[in-house]
Design a protein around this ligand. Structure first.
Ligand code: GLN
Length: 548
């Protein structure tokens, strides 16, 4: 959002640091992103930095089952899924510089040491590592009004120590009113339903022992915190009672900004950062977010997501994209996970009763047979189909095998001995060895053929979407593949980017991942097109017209 408030960024950025206490998985990232949304609504230019204290350089080689989805940025950065939440909540595009990891920091410090940059000094965590951390945070914040910095993990983790030390140093280097320390913590219920403050007290004590005093405490409990609980937390943790906020459970994460606004968190933060006077007056603040996320659904549909991870976080951007399309069309999208690895009766039933089928991206052989079966089912039964990345590739494999009759056709990634490698590395990729950082990543332009489903979906003859893949449709097979109803309607040079069928109500596959650009206010075109077809099949009327 353009700056409209007269606040001068040259005066220096404001930072809101967000740490977590007691345990992970409290929704610290959503709390931080929600605060960012509210500051954006008030007219400020907001960005975010996610600090991941693990030693990996990036999330690229991490298993989605442990960490959830690997999110891809436009510059090709493979990052923690929290960055996806920030992009969706703030409606900004970020770069890899907004994900600081211990791997990146140490790599830089060690490279500089090898290059002789430290002039014979002993290289140490303080100051060299902490200096690099501060540099990264300041650079990512440059040019914006407020930067929200979320420290991953929980206070007390060994890996997090250098970051907390860096934050402590910040408070000596910048004016008090430029920094705000927010601690998101658990306030559990006792057996008899009492809200207990002791874990919060302990975690604040831990923070204070490393020299950090929180300014704001956000207590996570299923309900709002009782007034006497807030007072007790304030007293024991040495913060103002007004600085203790509730963040109760809500049915939808997109409602968290609304709850925090009702709690007055945004006003308090702006007051403490001395930017309240620069904010748009309350009645002129953007309400677009509230309008979008509180729209009533006028129907519901069932979509089968055929994946190999029974973990919602492993496909979070797809879930969110379906939700965004649902917000646009005013329909609730129920996503039913279908285990591609084990097509039990229960999962076959889910597939059979779905109004649409999504086959997501993935790596490796596990679950491919189930995914190919799901493509076949959707093709043969005219069920709307959306294939993403590996899902696109397997749609091509299914067609090659079952329509063209190329027996044993497969992706060379999965079956190196296939007689028909319809998906393969391009010749220029044969020499790749490292698995880290060798993929085609980030935003690339796709040219879209006129008169195709893809053109109708995008309402354009070009789109720019994010990629994360190594394999491609094998150019040698294109002539044979494009008989019998299948068309490649999107291309980037000799790479096939979009596949569709002209003998089917809605069959679309993309080599790219449109889910990484979907936002609540700007649903992704392939998802909206897919949902249109799903609604038609489910006989649910559209709430609103498609606007793209
Ligand atoms: N494994 C496939 C490839 O590398 C697809 C990747 C994906 O689905 N993200 O090309």
């Amino acid at each position: 959002m353009p700056q409209e408030t007269g606040y001068d960024p040259e005066l220096g950025n404001k930072f809101v640091f967000v740490t977590g206490g007691v345990m992970s998985g409290l929704g610290k990232g959503i709390t931080a992103a929600s605060l960012g949304r509210l500051l954006t609504n008030a007219g400020f230019d907001v960005t975010a930095v996610k600090v991941d204290p693990y030693l990996n350089v990036d999330a690229g080689t991490m298993n989605p089952y442990q960490h959830g989805e690997v999110y891809v940025l436009k510059d090709g950065g493979e990052v923690d899924l929290d960055l996806g939440n920030y992009e969706r909540f703030l409606d900004v595009d970020m770069t890899s510089d907004h994900n600081v990891t211990t791997g990146k920091v140490y790599q830089e410090v060690i490279e500089r040491e090898r290059a002789g940059d430290y002039l014979g000094k002993t290289v140490q965590v303080i100051p060299h590592v902490t200096d690099d951390i501060k540099r990264r945070i300041r650079e990512a914040a440059r040019g914006t009004d407020v930067c929200i910095v979320e420290i991953g993990g929980t206070v007390g983790d060994i890996e997090g120590m250098p970051y907390l030390e860096a934050l402590r140093q910040f408070s000596h280097e910048q004016d008090e009113e430029d920094l705000l320390f927010t601690h998101v913590t658990l306030v559990p219920n006792s057996k008899n339903g009492e809200q207990k403050t002791k874990p919060t007290q302990h975690s604040v004590k831990e923070l204070r022992s490393i020299g950090l005093q929180p300014d704001i405490l956000v207590g996570r409990n299923p309900e709002k915190l009782d007034d006497d609980v807030r007072e007790k937390i304030a007293l024991f943790c040495d913060v103002d009672t007004e600085a203790v906020f509730s963040n109760p459970d809500v049915e939808d994460i997109y409602h968290v900004p609304l709850v925090l606004e009702d709690e007055g968190l945004d006003e308090y933060v702006m007051e403490r950062l001395a930017i309240a006077e620069d904010a748009l007056p309350a009645d002129e603040r953007s309400t677009e977010w509230r309008d979008i996320v509180t729209r009533d659904a006028e129907g519901e549909v069932d979509v089968a997501l055929v994946g190999k991870y029974a973990l919602e976080d492993a496909y979070i951007s797809i879930h969110e994209s379906l939700k965004h399309a649902g917000l646009e069309k005013q329909v609730d999208v129920n996503v039913h996970w279908v285990d591609a690895d084990e097509m039990t009766d229960e999962h076959e039933e889910r597939l059979r009763t779905a109004d649409g089928v999504v086959v997501p991206g993935g790596f490796g052989a596990r679950g491919t047979r189930g995914k190919i079966d799901a493509v076949r089912y959707a093709r043969e039964h005219d069920v709307p189909f959306l294939g993403l990345c590996l899902g696109f590739q397997l749609a091509v494999v299914e067609h090659a095998r079952n329509v063209v009759g190329l027996e044993g056709a497969h992706s060379a990634e999965i079956d190196q001995d296939t007689p028909h490698p319809v998906i393969d590395l391009l010749p220029e990729q044969y020499d790749l060895e490292d698995l880290g950082g060798t993929m085609r990543l980030g935003a690339h332009v796709t040219e879209i053929d006129e008169g195709t489903l893809a053109e109708r979906v995008y309402d354009a003859t070009e789109c720019t979407e994010r990629h994360r893949h190594r394999y491609e449709v094998n150019p040698e097979y294109i002539d044979r593949l494009t008989e019998d109803g299948l068309t490649f309607s999107g291309h980037a040079g000799n790479r096939m980017e979009i596949v569709e069928r002209d003998d089917h109500p809605f069959f679309l596959g993309t080599q790219f991942h449109p889910e990484f650009r979907s936002r609540p206010s700007r649903a992704s075109p392939p998802f909206v097109g897919f949902l249109d077809a799903v609604m038609e099949r489910a006989d649910v009327a559209a709430g609103t017209e498609v606007t793209q």
